[in-house]
Ligand binder design. Structure first.
Ligand SMILES: Cc1cc2nc3c(=O)[nH]c(=O)nc-3n(C[C@H](O)[C@H](O)[C@H](O)COP(=O)(O)O)c2cc1C
Length: 369
């Protein structure tokens, strides 16, 4: 049975912080990405609702203010999702952040506040962007250490082997030939980048996996999901990769090129790719051992390692790799069935067939002063 409004309980969101901005007090729900300007008295209302209470109780507590102003403040707080119905799905989601991210809060709010790229088309036209950027000088690309003795380095002899050739051949591709990549290549990419290569016995934490990329404490928080668009011998779809058993599990969500581009904040060139590799992190794996927010950096850094390994492997296989951090995280998380809190999207890489001739390996080192 639904309770009437007089029994409705409200409680303050835990995912919130307040700050001063040019003399204005701003209160933000960093999970819901809602914020508004208010006066300091509002903080008292928020404190009152740290314990779930009814509106009637608030009117009694704040009887020195007019009922109208208290009601207006409560309404504003509800609209900004700073007061949540208790209990409710919204409240449960809010609680999931404090229960699963507790050790990394409040700094971990950064993760939630920077989700979901606004697409350039919607937020900022390319012309407007260029105009704004050109209005200020770009910072120097290289740092010159003044008053320091220069030490000349020998002209490097770079071995002309496959490893160095691969390093220098890697480029970000945004055009792809229309054919399919082989399942064998997809398997090689998954195995090399995200597969478990073996296990080692650690002194205190038992058997730990190792992969081709380093991982802080060998916690390996990364997971990967394959969006197969043009893979020979594999149905178009979205799959989770099981790193231990080197196999795929098909998810119910359907995949198509338009969706792939939507995931990448409407960057249409990636709709021509054959496969996307969506990198996520299960934060608890790292947080369990490293209970300080600095370890959030570790998770991000590791995703970079994985991506570089992916790009180099793809290059060595003669494929056209790319990576993008411009993502619509919430859309991807919904399609992957993730809550976006305990496991969240961080980075996307992809491959296609090289359009035209493979890019020639560049001159190995060209030194300029
Ligand atoms: C973290 C990260 C995010 C990137 N995001 C995008 C992106 O959103 N769209 C894109 O086209 N390229 C993206 N790139 C690729 C860069 O634009 C590219 O690396 C750069 O232009 C240099 O070219 P190169 O990779 O061929 O050396 C990203 C690269 C990195 C490392």
């Amino acid at each position: 049975m639904r309770r009437g409004p007089s029994h409705l309980k409200l409680t303050s969101a835990s995912c919130q912080f307040a700050y001063w901005n040019g003399g204005e007090l701003r209160i933000s729900n960093y999970l819901a990405r809602r914020e508004f300007s208010t006066n300091p008295a509002t903080l008292e209302v928020i404190r009152f609702f740290l314990t779930p209470r009814t509106i009637a109780e608030a009117l009694v507590e704040f009887r020195s203010y007019s009922q109208q102003s208290v009601a207006r403040t409560i309404l504003q707080l509800i609209n900004a999702e700073l007061l949540l119905e208790y209990p409710s799905a919204g409240w449960e989601r809010d609680q999931l952040v404090s229960s699963s991210w507790g050790p990394w809060l409040p700094e971990g709010a950064f993760h939630f506040m920077t989700k979901n790229t606004p697409t350039v088309a919607r937020a900022w036209s390319k012309v407007a962007k260029l105009k704004t950027l050109r209005a200020t000088a770009a910072p120097p690309q290289f740092k010159k250490t003044r008053d320091a003795a220069a030490v000349r380095l020998p002209a490097p002899e770079i071995p002309r082997d496959r490893f160095f050739a691969t390093l220098h051949a890697r480029r970000t591709h945004r055009e792809f030939a229309s054919g399919k990549v082989s399942l064998e290549n997809v398997s090689q990419l998954l195995r090399t980048t995200w597969g478990v290569q073996g296990y080692f016995e650690s002194n205190e934490f038992g058997k730990l996996p190792y992969k081709t990329s380093p991982s802080g404490g060998a916690r390996h928080p990364g997971e990967v999901y394959l969006v197969a668009l043009k893979v020979k011998g594999l149905e178009t779809g979205i799959y989770h990769y099981h790193a231990r058993h080197h196999r795929l599990a098909r998810l119910p969500t359907k995949a198509n090129p338009r969706l792939a581009s939507a995931y990448c904040a409407d960057q249409s060139y990636f709709s021509g790719a054959a496969a996307l590799f969506i990198m996520t992190a299960v934060f608890a794996r790292t947080m369990w051992k490293y209970g300080r927010a600095r370890a959030y950096r570790v998770v991000l850094l590791e995703t970079g390692h994985l991506c570089q390994t992916f790009c180099l492997t793809a290059t060595r296989l003669g494929l056209a790799p790319f990576s993008t951090a411009a993502l619509v995280d919430s859309l991807i998380e919904k399609d992957l069935g993730l809550d976006g809190i305990t496991e969240s999207v961080l980075y996307v890489a992809g491959v296609g067939l090289i359009a035209g001739r493979p890019p020639a390996p560049r001159a190995i080192v060209k030194m300029t002063d």
